[in-house]
Design a protein around this ligand. Structure first.
Ligand code: PCA
Length: 199
């Protein structure tokens, strides 16, 4: 049975909940047929997130890592293609760290690409009736930091797949920014189950 490590983030900034963890927790609780899903809550910390991911991958040796993050302002499932070797923040992470144009891995590749069939996965989500788009930038905050670490790990562990997905606020999320789009939690859960099934 294939094993997938599914990560979500703890709350950060002005948000008291994080839709990524709401979705990851529910996907793990509901399960995905034929796949063992291990959910892992990650800290919104530039330093801590890399350590926590490496530990989880070492412990669970998954066939794939699917990482979720919350992105205010989108009304679709955003499949990230690229991680960039840079950290730059306009708000401090949960450790109070605010990097300015800092390199993640000195001497490392400027950018790393997902080793998944990202267009195929995007099409599968769209065909199930949920809006989805491929994106070429996960930003330069903690999500991108996590993704860069994960894609480095994919290079170190041939055969392991890595994909980052940004999600909108969930419908009814108390800390959702007023006027920003939301998506029903169950719709996001189905989309992530679909992705895990095909990854
Ligand atoms: N979103 C942030 C970090 C944690 C999260 O859920 C990001 O997009 O970088």
């Amino acid at each position: 049975m294939a094993k997938v490590l599914l990560t979500g983030f703890e709350p950060f900034g002005k948000y008291n909940e994080n839709s990524s963890w709401a979705v990851a927790g529910k996907v793990a609780a509901c399960g995905v047929e034929g796949v063992e899903v291990v959910a892992c809550l990650l800290p919104v910390s530039f330093t801590g997130v890399a350590i926590a991911l490496r530990k989880a991958v070492q412990e669970h040796t998954p066939d794939a890592v699917v990482m979720l993050g919350q992105a205010a302002g989108i009304d679709y499932i955003k499949l990230e293609r690229i991680a960039i070797n840079m950290m730059d923040a306009s708000i401090a992470d949960n450790d109070g760290f605010t990097p300015e144009e800092e390199t993640i891995t000195p001497g490392g590749a400027a950018a790393l690409f997902s080793n998944c069939d990202i267009k195929g996965l995007c099409k599968a989500v769209e065909e199930s009736g949920t809006a989805a788009k491929v994106s070429n930038s996960a930003g330069l905050y903690v999500c991108n930091r996590l993704y860069y670490e994960a894609l480095q790990l994919c290079n170190e562990r041939p055969g392991m797949k890595g994909l980052f997905v940004h999600l909108p606020f969930y419908e009814g999320q108390p800390s959702a920014t007023e006027g920003k789009p939301t998506m029903p939690l169950d719709e996001m859960v189905k989309a992530i189950q679909n992705i895990i099934n095909r990854i």
